[in-house]
Design a binder for this molecule. Structure first.
Ligand code: HSE
Length: 399
């Protein structure tokens, strides 16, 4: 019997308990022995809930319980999640978590502690919700050098951009509607400004290259400046606007970015719409592989957490080494990253050509502005050329 304690009985934590109960028999077969929830840590009580008798309010009751083999952290936030996870690992318990903020900030340290204590620290649910991506990146793609990761890593923003594209609505009204339907948080900042996707691409890139990429180092741009006019131009170009978390290896150097991009129907992620997430990984041997599914939601995310519980149950007293050192991964400076840009300006063709040379005009029927696509330029050269123009908006083009 493997005993589990769940820290935080919110959406994901209660989903973990539900899956362990609903699928108990098949999970026991796959794990090699039954898995039982021994305690649930939460500030609240849950009268009438199946966990009402195993609720504890003090983490010390979890840490000091020698019968607990695995601690499941589904509290969210960095503190006190970090302190609890660290203490659980130091007490010789394996930990799995859905907490991307915790993993992005403390991943290498917690992996090191797990290794020293011969236990495991797993975090499949921290990126892409129910989509298996961490384990494939660590294990299935281990033979490959990773050349590129491109992900639609945030369901809220993908839903908003999809609605704007399909209904021609503006950002503010789609966001309001998404909040009313419960698809977007009351405070949507972390999603719409790209901070959520930033932590996710930081985790994936760190795992791909085995070194710590600090999320603060990643250039991050959200979708709040995308307007219905941008979407109309995208349609005119036969493209869609999607926000990507991406990283790319060129020679010895790695670049990373979170930003809205225009993509065309030939792009593998073109038809990933609504709240769905997808991640495209290019390996130097395997080629392109793509992972698609629900990036959020109670049971999808909890399913990924339970996959870690099963893995840990199968590896008692065996540390599964994860290559993610504390050594920093240094990025190609943003100024040197190359893209084509779609640009809207106040002004006309001559001004655009004077600044950028060869351009391709785009007409979506707005006489009060001029829009065009540049040739491939570095970010630095783009910024310099754009200085002479009154830029309304610009969106990078992928492909
Ligand atoms: N807020 C996130 C999203 C949920 O919209 O994708 C999971 O990180």
């Amino acid at each position: 019997m493997i005993n589990v304690s769940v820290l935080g009985y919110g959406t994901v934590g209660s989903g973990v308990v539900e899956i362990l109960r609903e699928n108990a028999d098949l999970i026991a077969k796959r794990a090699g022995e039954p898995i039982q929830v021994r305690s649930v840590l939460d500030l609240r009580d849950f009268p009438g809930d199946p966990v009402q008798d195993i609720i504890v309010h003090d983490f010390e009751q979890v840490r000091s319980d020698e019968k607990i083999d695995i601690v499941v952290e589904t509290m969210g936030g960095v503190h006190p999640a970090y302190e609890f996870v660290k203490a659980a690992l130091e007490s010789g318990k394996s930990v799995c978590t859905s907490n991307k903020a915790l993993v992005a900030e403390y991943g290498p340290e917690l992996l090191q502690t797990a290794q020293e204590k011969n236990v495991n620290f797993l975090f499949e649910a921290s990126v892409g919700g129910g989509i298996p991506i961490i384990r494939p990146l660590k294990i299935s793609l281990a033979p490959d050098e990773i050349l590129e990761i491109s992900g639609i890593l945030n369901g809220t923003t993908n839903y908003i951009l999809t609605e704007m594209t399909q209904n021609g609505s503006d950002f503010d009204s789609v966001l309001k509607d998404a909040q009313e339907k419960g698809y977007a948080e009351k405070d949507p900042t972390a999603d719409v400004e790209g901070y959520d996707a930033c932590r996710k691409i930081a985790i994936l890139t760190s795992l791909a290259y085995g070194k710590q990429l600090d999320f603060e180092e990643i250039y991050t741009e959200g979708i709040t400046k995308i307007t219905d006019r941008d979407i109309a131009y995208a349609k005119k170009l036969g493209a869609k606007v999607k926000i990507f978390g991406s990283s790319k290896k060129t020679g010895d150097r790695v670049s990373a970015m979170v930003a809205p991009k225009l993509i065309f129907p030939s792009h593998p992620l073109y038809s990933v719409d609504g709240v769905f997430n997808a991640i495209l990984v290019k390996g130097n041997m395997v080629g392109d592989v793509m992972f698609y599914g629900q990036g959020a939601g109670k049971l999808a995310t909890a399913s990924a957490v339970v996959s870690d519980i099963i893995d840990e149950a199968k590896h008692v007293n065996v540390n599964m080494k994860t290559l993610w050192d504390a050594e920093k991964l240094s990025l190609t400076p943003l100024d040197e990253v190359v893209s084509k840009f779609f640009v809207r300006i106040k002004g006309g063709k001559e001004a655009a050509e004077k600044a950028f040379g060869a351009i391709t005009p785009v007409d979506a029927g707005y006489p009060d502005e001029f829009a065009f696509v540049t040739e491939a330029v570095t970010e630095g050269a783009f910024a310099e050329a754009a200085q002479s123009l009154e830029v309304i908006n610009r969106i990078r083009i992928d492909g």
